[in-house]
Design a protein around this ligand. Structure first.
Ligand SMILES: C[S@@+](CC[C@H](N)C(=O)[O-])C[C@H]1O[C@@H](n2cnc3c(N)ncnc32)[C@H](O)[C@@H]1O
Length: 293
């Protein structure tokens, strides 16, 4: 348990358990099980709780199955994208609370071989699901100039991506850009010093989102989920950057306009100063919740 908490500290755990009303008992769905911090808290909240979970990362699910050994028979996990929930043997209309803790886990970011981070050199991979074929290396080396500009703008929110893309295209003509260190060097040549909004982290964010299609159809997925939820069921979405938060906010607003959702968080819930001091990752977390009318 402790070991996994070192690999990924779950954010806003008490707030999640409270908003899901997990202590009142029920059936829950954790779309982003990761290392199971939230799943464990939901299962702990009441002895009769049952939890369905999905994650695209088989390694994370395997570690989490060990972590949750004490809850045997009370959970069922699927290696799947949560956007595929309808193809899974889960009765959506019976779920009392849905959780989506978006993005990547610290476990994925810190695993040296996975190439999510530029703090250590690794092959440019960035796949949550190692069975998919598209890697960050493919994106960097095979996307056109225009496609690269588009993803850096859209997913990295880099206003002027031209210089970076020009350098990428220039370098890859001679030699494939294979590692996170290669890419870091290219970006650092243009932006040598770390700024408040470091373009380097924006480039890595954009690639990660593209490789994993993290935002594709996400707003529609939530909007299409609302009518299928049972009355009173809760939904909690935790985001870590503005693109994700905008999607969560818009989806809940549209759910409200359609008379399907009561918004439970007028403003997004953020971590306390204590949590922020203990877990740097929690500083960017925003939690939004709703209840099916
Ligand atoms: C922020 S972590 C979740 C951490 C988890 N709540 C915990 O307590 O350990 C996000 C996880 O969601 C997974 N993930 C991201 N998008 C997904 C999707 N569309 N479907 C399934 N899993 C996804 C990632 O592989 C990662 O393990």
């Amino acid at each position: 348990m402790d070991d996994l908490n070192k690999k990924h500290i779950p954010v806003l755990v008490n707030e999640v358990v409270e908003l899901l009303r997990a202590a009142e008992g029920g059936i829950f769905f954790d779309g982003t099980v990761g290392l199971g911090g939230h799943s464990a808290a939901v299962l702990e909240a009441a002895p009769g709780n049952f939890l369905y979970g999905t994650d695209r990362d088989i390694e994370a699910l395997e570690l989490t199955r060990e972590r949750l050994a004490g809850f045997s028979g009370r959970y069922e996990f699927f290696k799947a994208d949560f956007r595929e929930i309808e193809s899974l043997p889960i009765e959506i209309g019976k779920i009392d609370g849905f959780l989506f803790d978006l993005g990547v886990s610290s476990f994925q970011l810190d695993e040296p071989g996975r190439g999510f981070s530029y703090s250590q050199s690794a092959p440019l991979d960035m796949r949550m699901d190692k069975e998919q074929s598209l890697t960050a290396c493919e994106v960097v080396n095979s996307y056109s100039y225009r496609e690269l500009c588009e993803i850096l703008k859209k997913y990295g929110e880099i206003g002027g991506p031209v210089k970076i893309v020009e350098q990428i295209v220039f370098h890859r003509k001679n030699k494939r850009i294979e590692s996170s260190a290669d890419l870091k060097e290219i970006v650092r040549r243009i932006y040598p010093r770390k700024r408040t909004m470091d373009p380097l982290s924006r480039v890595f964010q954009a690639l990660r989102i593209e490789v994993n299609r993290e935002l594709a159809g996400l707003e529609d997925f939530f909007i299409e989920l609302f009518p299928k939820m049972k009355t009173g069921a809760r939904i909690v979405i935790i985001s870590f950057h503005s693109l994700e938060d905008r999607i969560a906010k818009n989806a809940l607003r549209k759910g409200k306009e359609a008379g399907l959702i009561e918004i439970l968080t007028k403003k997004p819930i953020t971590a306390s100063e204590v949590e922020k001091a203990e877990n740097a990752r929690s500083r960017s977390a925003k939690l939004r919740g709703g209840r099916k009318c």
